[in-house]
Design a protein around this ligand. Structure first.
Ligand code: ACO
Length: 374
């Protein structure tokens, strides 16, 4: 007779806090340090490019110069969207539609143009990861172009993913310093151990469903304000507060009302998110450069007040909001940018899940009625 599966109730209604749900070699949080494949995020932010980081996440090693050149060429050659797909996108509504909802739909649709969509072979997986990662930014830029009634520009083959994203988003060539900052933001958001959307990716992949389905699950998870959706909410909050004088009272009122202050707090980091420390410096510099230091000053005051009142510190979404603001990026595109970067990590997690799969199937503790009859 088969033995009963042991039931462990330790994580009950606690959002799986502290539960190790799988083994992973993609990225790790050790204390206050975040590593991608063994490299610290600080090291990669300073010395790498987003393309290099994608390669690292997918191949468990940094590329040689030749491998990187080849990989960049492959990525950029996959950035363009099929013409028929763009035509379908043009018929989707954009007014009163959040770009994350639009992105979710578009990525699902894109599967119908991918000849490998249902091929679960390893080589097909690699081709799909490359296509999806290359096209994610283009899809976000297509949304921006379509809602502003302009044609989507074609990506330039000799430019980076960061350059091309900014070019296609705004329709003009980006400033070199903005491209550098944006590339660093893409690096910082590329993966983060078993976060909510990576877990969603893995749960969907664990049923041996296809990659597009796993990525659509991830986009849905990232969209929420407790996860990637927080960066947009931070900027909305800062604009609502409006002046430095009102910042402290805003925080205290929110805490009194038991409301969340967006971009603050983290399930794992209790002594600060290392990505926020990098973004804080970028925010200070950039807000000063555009002559609007108020956004950084207000953020810093909220940061200090949250720490003194509640012992909570900013996460990746807090200072990234003002960094994106300084680059003139529309507020509702902040979370889609997160997806443009995190797709790299989602693909790495799906790859790892498929390679060592067992379906995720936890238990629920029954707290409902029993023994009823009709
Ligand atoms: N504002 C006010 N209070 C907060 C905040 C916050 N941002 N974050 C946590 N708290 C408080 C809670 O109210 C709770 O207080 P209590 O013990 O007095 O009731 C305590 O801190 C623990 O909070 P939880 O929500 O249980 O923490 P959890 O680990 O479940 O959630 C999370 C982490 C979702 C990040 C939370 O801090 C939060 O909601 N932050 C705001 C949203 C946000 O910034 N999300 C982005 C996270 S990073 C990312 O996903 C990319």
């Amino acid at each position: 007779m088969a033995s009963e599966v042991q039931i462990f109730e330790g994580a009950l209604d606690k959002g799986l806090e502290g539960i190790v749900a799988c083994s992973t070699a993609v990225s790790s949080i050790q204390g206050n340090t975040l590593n991608y494949r063994g490299y610290t995020i600080e090291n990669l932010a300073e010395k790498s490019t987003f393309e290099e980081v994608i390669y690292l996440l997918w191949n468990d090693k940094l590329p040689t110069a030749e491998e990187l050149t080849q990989f960049k060429a492959q990525l950029v050659s996959e950035m363009e969207l099929p013409a028929d797909f763009i035509n379908v996108l043009k018929n989707l509504p954009t007014q009163n539609v959040h770009p994350m909802a639009w992105l979710r739909t578009a990525v699902s649709l894109l599967a119908h143009w991918d000849k490998d969509a249902n091929d679960m072979d390893t080589a097909a997986f690699k081709r799909k990861s490359l296509r999806l990662t290359a096209k994610m930014g283009t899809i976000v830029c297509a949304f921006e172009a379509i809602r502003n009634k302009r044609e989507l520009l074609a990506p330039k083959k000799d430019k980076s993913m960061a350059w091309n994203f900014m070019y296609m988003l705004k329709g003009t060539e980006p400033k070199a310093d903005h491209v550098k900052v944006f590339d660093t933001c893409l690096i910082l958001h590329a993966d983060h151990e078993l976060n909510c959307s990576a877990f969603a990716t893995r749960v969907t992949a664990s049923s041996l469903s296809d990659l597009h389905s796993a990525i659509v699950s991830a986009i849905g998870a990232l969209k929420g304000p407790l996860h990637g959706g927080a960066n947009e909410q931070v900027m909305i909050m800062l604009k609502k507060i409006g002046t430095i004088e009102k910042a402290q009272a805003f925080v205290k009122d929110a805490l009194q009302a038991k409301e969340k202050v967006m971009g603050i707090g983290h399930r794992v980091y209790k002594n600060g998110d290392p990505r926020a420390a990098i973004l804080r410096k970028m925010s200070e510099k950039m807000t000063a450069e555009i002559g609007e230091p108020i956004w950084y000053q207000m953020s810093a005051l909220i940061d200090d007040t949250m720490f003194s009142e509640k012992g909570l510190m900013p996460n990746v979404d807090f200072y990234s909001a003002t960094v994106y603001y300084c680059m003139g990026i529309p507020t509702d595109v902040y979370t889609p940018i997160f997806a443009v970067s995190r797709i790299a990590g989602w693909c790495a997690h799906a790859q790892e899940q498929y390679a060592n799969n067992r379906i995720y199937r936890p238990r629920g503790k029954w707290v409902g009625k029993s023994g009823l009859t009709k």
